[in-house]
Design a protein around this ligand. Structure first.
Ligand code: ADP
Length: 340
């Protein structure tokens, strides 16, 4: 199911939670929306789910306007499945009972509903556990039950609002893998809301970065990481340093270093550039810098360095130990010229 928003706007009193948001997500995509707390992600989610009416603009599901003043389609008729953080499973029902529930609600007999549920229970590989209740399942298994129940509800789109928030990192990566394989197997269009850019990047085919009710940029995760369109996106996604400089002939100065730059088009003149740690190498030659702070991240030392003639701290990575106060020499292989 395609999801399209056209000028979508939502206000709460004096607060504009969503401001003229337009986008189009192809059927079968995993679309992650990421942004800081309060930027309007949940508002977007509730509008697509049909839990709220927009003040202006519209939402089209598979080309059908579902949100117009005359055409408002209620949530239960949108064929949109919703997965929240808690998964909201029925605690007194088994896995089978939970997944069969949408069929029973549509009038199938208990046996028919169970038979229909089985296909979805198999899709999420829970057949051996179908007689268990949710409290006897792991978090990942509960998530799979919630997804299977969406399929039983004939969801053509699944909406997820921070389903992995508050999980410990180990469980979180297991759940991410589950979500990814569920999506690959079913091809259900997914709208995934998160404040965690790392999670969005790992899961999405296409992601959007939001701030203050607007979409700053939308595209494949790699495009957003490598070619951010604004300094805000560059600072929000991944580590790196945004610097003011002057671009000429596809190169720019970082301190006394002349560095090749990549740009969308010829952008000679004053500009902001983004330097990622992976483009900075540490050696015996180059820009003199002093390490200010170091964090050890399992195999990699992430640090900030004050470089001669550079006003911002440079984010650097090292596979060899670094310590605060030591002096280094940096070479920069490339930087991205931020278009806006
Ligand atoms: P996010 O999910 O990104 O944290 P929200 O969509 O929840 O952001 O909120 C966007 C803005 O709208 C915030 O300023 C929030 O305070 C405001 N807001 C959200 N829901 C309501 C509501 N029901 N009443 C009043 N203000 C709201």
């Amino acid at each position: 199911m395609t999801i399209t928003a056209d000028g979508l706007t939502k206000r709460y009193g004096g607060v504009t939670a969503l401001s003229k948001v337009s986008f189009s997500v192809p059927a079968g995509a995993f679309f992650a929306v990421v942004g800081p707390s309060g930027c309007g992600k949940s508002t977007l989610f509730r509008l697509v789910a049909g839990l709220e009416h927009p003040d202006a603009g519209k939402i089209l599901l598979n080309g059908e306007d579902v949100s117009g003043a005359d055409a408002f389609v209620p949530p239960e008729e949108r064929r949109v499945g919703v997965v929240f953080q808690s998964y909201a499973l029925w605690p007194h029902m088994t896995v089978e009972g939970n997944v069969a529930f949408p069929y029973e609600a549509r009038g199938l007999s208990k046996d028919q509903a169970k038979a229909a549920a089985l296909a979805h229970i198999r899709t999420v590989a829970l057949e051996p556990l179908k007689d268990r209740r949710p409290d006897a399942l792991s978090g990942g298994q509960r998530q799979r039950v919630a997804l299977a129940r969406c399929l039983a509800g004939e969801a053509k789109t699944i909406l997820m609002d921070e389903p992995l928030a508050n999980l410990d990192p180990h469980l979180r990566s297991e759940m991410e893998a589950e979500l990814k394989s569920f999506h690959t197997r079913t091809g259900v269009t997914t709208l995934y809301i998160t404040h965690d850019q790392r999670e969005a990047m790992a899961l999405a085919d296409v992601m959007a970065v939001m701030d203050q009710g607007r979409f700053l940029q939308m595209g494949p995760p790699r495009e957003i990481f490598e070619r951010p369109s604004t300094a805000k996106v560059a600072r929000f996604i991944g580590r790196g340093t945004v610097l003011k400089t002057v671009v000429a002939a596809r190169s720019a100065n970082i301190g006394a270093l002349r560095v090749p730059v990549t740009a969308r088009e010829n952008m000679d003149g004053p500009a902001e550039i983004l330097v990622r740690p992976r483009d900075i190498s540490l050696g015996n030659e180059g820009l003199r810098a002093r390490v200010i702070a170091v964090h050890y991240r399992g195999g990699v030392w992430e640090a900030q360095a004050e470089a001669e003639g550079v006003s911002e701290l440079l984010e650097i990575d090292s596979r060899a130990p670094l310590s605060a106060g030591e002096t280094l020499h940096l070479a920069v292989a490339n930087a991205w010229v931020i278009p806006d």
